[in-house]
Design a protein around this ligand. Structure first.
Ligand SMILES: *Cc1c(COP(=O)(O)O)cnc(C)c1O
Length: 484
């Protein structure tokens, strides 16, 4: 297939459309638009036929790898299949065709969807109430930190400026807390890969606002001491924040609210059926326990005898955290997902996610070094440190090798506490055959590392773009095509 750019295929005068002849008088352009706003010259648009433009977009879509194209075991990102029925529901004109400034009476169904989604998410997480406004996980974390701020301001404890974050945490955690005005103190993981209660105690000084955790943590391990951790933090006057990006591991099994958390964000685009990656629209609802509901962002969705309405009158509110009401299409998909799955379905999804991860882990650990050799939750972390020392093959080489076989590589070099880490999250939507195929490929790559490591340094050999110089790509990115 031609690898020419659409601009290079252009041929003067060629068109892919034909409008009917105009049968009404035409005003000169400068009578329609102020002449100061008119272009001086024509835009440099490609002139191509209809079939060329169809081929152009079809070939672009094939270059783009997604869950619908193949296995995508990107740890921490929950790249699972998103049922297409939820796309259809997201496109219902009753949702997609409404205007944010419409009267409440005219959008009762929309408000009901927001209300019921919030209620369902509270039930799944064990929290009291929440806001659907945040646009992504990191935005949810920031909103959660604003809850911390509002709470301590109201209590007059402005000295609480420190937030504890484990070394394994996702980078957005310390970033969000910092932007919200807190100082970060890192807590080391112990030899189990978990938060150590003993070292936590040393950090619980009277300037602690709280702790940010995810459970299972980013190593895919369940924090077994969470009840004790929660008690210690609360007794020290602090709050607990739950990074809900790993909710896919525990739906219907255990609830952050029951573990003792005060604030949680969810990544609906990860757990609840929105295709993501490439920076597409996300949603990071924030749900809180009883003691924090007074600080809810406005507007809050409420219900009375007359129906549903937006409540702007919350005395201790932190104010808005988003323009209007959040990424509505993502919320609709999540609501459709929850309804179609039901509580049993959600529970099964998490059970299969954990089962699939443990199956892969057991098969791969005979060849690859499993860093924490214990039962995992929805993901696990391998280390290529020994392979690097023995054969000069790094986690990056393995990832590039997978590209040649049509797999999206796992997450590499995160979490950073594991050297040469390879973090694998298969998700619940993959069959045993798919998992087995992936294992076989990983074993082949290992053989290649042992027998012909040079070849692996050159990978990928069969992709549209070969191995890029990552330093040059950062230092001198060429992001635009220039016409001659
Ligand atoms: C993805 C992720 C985040 C951030 O979520 P975004 O929606 O990408 O902002 C935070 N924490 C963990 C553990 C994650 O996996």
């Amino acid at each position: 297939m031609s690898s020419k750019l659409i601009f290079e295929m252009s041929s003067v005068g060629r068109t892919g459309y034909r409008f009917p002849d105009i049968d009404v008088p035409v005003l000169p352009l400068d009578k329609q638009i102020k002449s100061s706003l008119l272009r001086k010259s024509k835009p440099n648009l490609p002139e191509v036929s209809e079939v060329d433009i169809i081929r152009h977009y079809s070939s672009l879509s094939k270059k783009n790898f997604g869950v619908d194209a193949g296995f995508y075991p990107l740890g921490s990102c929950t790249m699972k299949y998103n049922p297409k029925i939820n796309e259809d529901v997201g496109n219902f004109s009753g949702f997609s065709g409404i205007h944010p400034l419409q009267s409440e009476e005219s959008v009762q169904g929309f408000l009901e969807m927001l209300y019921e989604t919030t209620k369902s998410l509270c039930e799944i997480t064990g929290m009291k109430w929440g806001t659907l406004q945040p646009y992504a996980g990191a935005h949810g974390e920031y909103t959660g930190m604003k809850f911390f701020k509002s709470y301590f301001r109201k209590k007059g404890e402005l000295n609480r400026t420190k937030v504890l974050v484990p070394t394994s945490a996702h980078g957005t955690n310390p970033a969000s807390a910092t932007i919200a005005g807190f100082h970060i103190e890192e807590i080391q993981a112990d030899e189990r890969g978990l938060v150590s209660v003993e070292s936590l105690k040393k950090h619980l000084t009277d300037d602690v606002a709280g702790i940010m955790l995810t459970n299972p943590n980013t190593l895919g391990l369940f924090e077994k001491d969470i009840i004790e951790i929660a008690k210690l933090v609360h007794d020290a006057g602090g709050l607990l924040y739950y990074d809900g990006a790993n909710m896919n591991a525990i739906m219907g099994k255990v609830r952050p609210g029951d573990m003792g958390f005060d604030v949680i964000h969810l990544n609906l685009h990860k757990t609840m059926s929105t295709p993501h990656g490439g920076g597409g629209p996300g949603s990071g609802p924030v749900l809180v326990s009883d003691r924090l509901v007074d600080f809810m962002p406005t507007p809050d969705v409420k219900k009375n005898d007359d129906g549903y309405y937006f409540d702007y009158n919350i005395p201790d509110t932190m104010g808005r955290v988003a323009g209007f009401y959040g990424n509505i299409a993502v919320l609709v998909r999540a609501y459709a997902y929850i309804i179609t799955m039901g509580s049993d379905g959600l529970k099964k999804a998490s059970e299969y996610a954990v089962l699939n991860a443990n199956y892969l882990k057991e098969r791969l650990k005979k060849t690859y070094h499993l860093y924490y050799d214990t039962t995992c939750m929805h993901e696990f972390v391998l280390s290529a440190k020994k392979m690097k020392e023995e054969y000069g093959i790094s986690a990056l080489d393995i990832a590039k090798g997978l590209l040649d076989h049509g797999y999206h590589p796992p997450t590499i070099y995160f979490p950073s506490i594991v050297p040469e880490s390879i973090m694998i999250e298969p998700t619940e939507t993959e069959s045993k055959e798919t998992l087995d195929g992936f294992v076989e490929t990983m074993l082949d790559i290992y053989q290649l590392a042992v027998n012909d490591p040079e070849k692996l340094h050159e990978a990928p050999l069969h992709t549209a773009v070969r191995r890029v110089d990552e330093v040059l790509a950062v230092k001198q990115p060429i992001l635009k095509w220039h016409a001659e």
